[in-house]
Design a protein around this ligand. Structure first.
Ligand code: NDP
Length: 249
């Protein structure tokens, strides 16, 4: 068992914290957002599918969590202007941001580089790299207003060691690691913002099932099992930890 999964969070760990989770409509992001709300956070739920987002919203309220907010945004067409509009809305609604979990991503095709479709390559890079960049740059002023802010990029093992047929997805995750390191270095001595990446490892979600259609889904841990690692990174116990590429398992 990895030490991150052994982390035991106090019940009020995230009280009064405002945390934006991208890709909160499904899979790992959904489990993280629901978990953050259970530990006291007010969560901003980003995704594309408003029906799925509404279901997460309803579930958090039914479980007694603070009222979340919903932020539907398609990342394939996200521009600097749309990202700024989203940040303005966060500012008007909450006035600051304490946590930003970059989790939304698309898999693209499993195919050799030689035959990788250029338009799909662009979509994967746009959703997995450009959109987190655009959101991060425009949300930084709000993160600076927190006295203890945490930015987490969700990575992958193929973002640390390239692997055949993982194409744009692998390259996008390498780029996320580079963005994490660069940003962490810029902010380390000039802000209260820590920046890390987390590789969740194989997890039973729609993305994993699509990448490994021949695998029994239940052999992989549930998204909910990752929660201790996300709580650690979003709460005060990870203060001072920055620029790290972390693994859950
Ligand atoms: P899922 O496919 O279950 O969920 C993906 C989420 O991203 C959904 O909320 C989806 O929104 C959102 N999303 C996808 N495309 C877009 C888009 N174009 N615009 C906006 N939002 C989008 O994936 P996982 O939960 O498995 O993955 C979460 C993270 O974990 C990803 O970064 C992934 O790379 C990483 N990861 C996952 C592993 C695994 O085994 N599952 C292993 C290693 C890393 P909507 O539902 O509204 O479309």
């Amino acid at each position: 068992m990895n030490a991150l999964l052994d982390y035991q969070a106090p019940a009020d760990l995230l009280k009064d914290r405002i945390i934006l989770v991208t890709g909160a409509s499904d899979g790992i992001g959904r489990a993280a957002a629901e978990g953050f709300a259970r530990y006291g956070a007010t969560v901003i739920l980003h995704g594309r599918d408003t029906n799925k987002l509404d279901a997460v919203y309803d579930g958090i309220l039914a479980a007694g969590g603070a009222e979340p907010a919903v932020l539907p945004l398609e990342f394939k067409t996200l521009t600097a202007e749309l990202a700024k509009e989203a940040a303005d809305w966060v500012e008007q609604t909450f006035g600051k941001l304490d946590g930003l979990l970059h989790n939304a991503a698309m898999l693209g095709d499993r195919s050799p580089i030689e035959s990788y479709k250029p338009h799909l390559w662009n979509d994967v890079m746009q959703v997995n790299v450009n959109a987190p960049f655009l959101l991060t740059r425009t949300l930084l002023p709000l993160l600076r207003l927190s006295d203890d802010a945490s930015v987490v990029f969700t990575s992958s093992s193929v973002g640390r060691q390239g692997r055949a047929y993982w194409g744009a997805y692998a390259v996008s995750k390498f780029a996320i690691e580079g963005l994490m390191q660069t940003l962490a270095d810029e902010l380390e001595n000039t802000s209260h913002i820590r920046v890390n990446s987390l590789n969740p490892g194989a997890t039973n979600t729609a993305m994993r099932r699509s990448a490994y259609p021949g695998e029994k889904p239940e052999v992989n841990p549930s998204p909910e099992s990752l929660l201790p690692a996300f709580l650690y990174l979003m709460g005060k116990d990870s203060k001072g930890v920055t620029g790290k590429a972390l693994d859950v398992r």
